[in-house]
Design a protein around this ligand. Structure first.
Ligand code: BJW
Ligand code: ZN
Length: 268
């Protein structure tokens, strides 16, 4: 899918004074992230073109229990290819800025839809992973957790089909530790995320198309409860007409710049 790239020059962006004041006074900041936050680390987003073996598939084709039942090697191969990309990637300036922001405000809740661990590797703690974690696979049949062998598997770039390993307890197929379409989000993470969106005074929505439910609801909940909603994304989304501020640029450039513009944050 090719998308209109609306990025503005960061130096030409404007933050209204009223928003600067609200950011300075913020008591509870929520940062809600999607695949765009990891894009500058080289991790492909979902709704851009897939590559190689998967170029004819969309996330909706591969990220379902039905797809795994029908063709486990195709789905496991895709996830192993993605796991390799994540193992080889490094956190970028957006991940680092989010981790540093946690030290600048009284309370910060980080909610991510991403299944990678780049927020944690940037130094963020207690990250709420709404869609699971790619490196926590478990048995499709009995849900027993599965341990990966240490290290990076062979031929990470080959894009091949791979048979999933088998469960040591029941012999079932091991599946990725992620939340697929039609599956429920993890209860504790979802409840904590809702509570934070309900109570926060600032909600950052960064690098997500805001298409996938129920996660996309969180920004609207925060908005309805009176929080200011700040969106950072190079492209337009359905949240544009609700957000208090839309910064159309890459998160790794925009977020560090924004933090530097808030006197109480930038001086620390
Ligand atoms: C940058 C950038 C840069 C680029 N800087 N930005 C209501 C209506 C219709 C359907 C539904 C509904 N409610 C529920 C559904 C069904 C479904 C759903 O939402 N479908 C949609 C397609 C409409 N939801 C579900 O099934 C959910 N479960 C559920 O509802 O349970 C209840 C239930 C139970 C039983 C039966 C029925 C219902 C589960 C959703 C799970 C989503 N899982 C995935 C895969 C995870 C595993 C994996 O990693 O493979 O999660 S799908 C995929 O999308 C992944 C992502 O976390 C998620 C969100 O994507 P994200 O992060 O927004 O990425 P992109 O690619 O869409 O956008 C990237 C953005 O970054 C773009 O905007 C770029 O512009 C931007 N960007 N570079 C900043 N440098
Ligand atoms: Zn099992």
């Amino acid at each position: 899918m090719s998308r209109l790239y609306l990025a503005e020059k960061v130096t030409e962006m404007h933050i209204p004074e009223e928003i600067i004041m609200k950011l300075q006074a913020a008591q509870h900041v929520v940062v809600f992230t999607g695949a765009g936050v990891s894009a500058e680390s080289g991790i492909p987003t979902f709704r851009d073109d897939l590559t190689g073996l998967w170029e004819n598939f969309s996330a909706e084709d591969l990220a379902t229990p039905r797809a795994f039942k029908q063709d486990p090697a195709l789905v496991w191969g895709w996830y192993e290819w993605r796991r390799m990309k994540i193992l080889q990637a490094q956190p970028n300036l957006a991940h680092l800025a989010i981790a540093s922001l946690a030290n600048l405000v009284p309370k910060l809740t980080l909610i991510t839809q991403n299944v990678d661990d780049l927020h944690e590797r940037a130094g963020s703690r207690d990250v709420l992973h709404l869609h699971g974690r790619i490196n926590k696979p478990f048995c499709f049949t009995c849900r027993r957790p599965h341990e990966y062998p240490l290290g990076i598997p062979d031929e990470p770039e080959s894009g091949r089909r791979l048979d999933p390993p088998r469960c040591k307890r029941c012999g079932g197929k091991i599946r990725p530790g992620v939340v697929w379409f039609g599956e429920s989000l993890p209860d504790t993470e979802w409840d904590t995320a809702n509570d934070a969106a309900f109570r926060c005074d600032v909600f950052f929505c960064i690098g997500t198309s805001s298409i996938v439910q129920p996660a996309a609801r969180l920004a609207y909940l925060a908005f309805q409860r009176g929080a200011i909603v700040i969106q950072i994304n190079p492209n337009p989304t359905s949240l544009d007409n609700r957000a208090s501020l839309n910064l159309h640029g890459p998160a790794g450039e925009v977020l560090p710049w924004l933090i530097s513009k808030i006197p109480a944050w930038g001086e620390s």
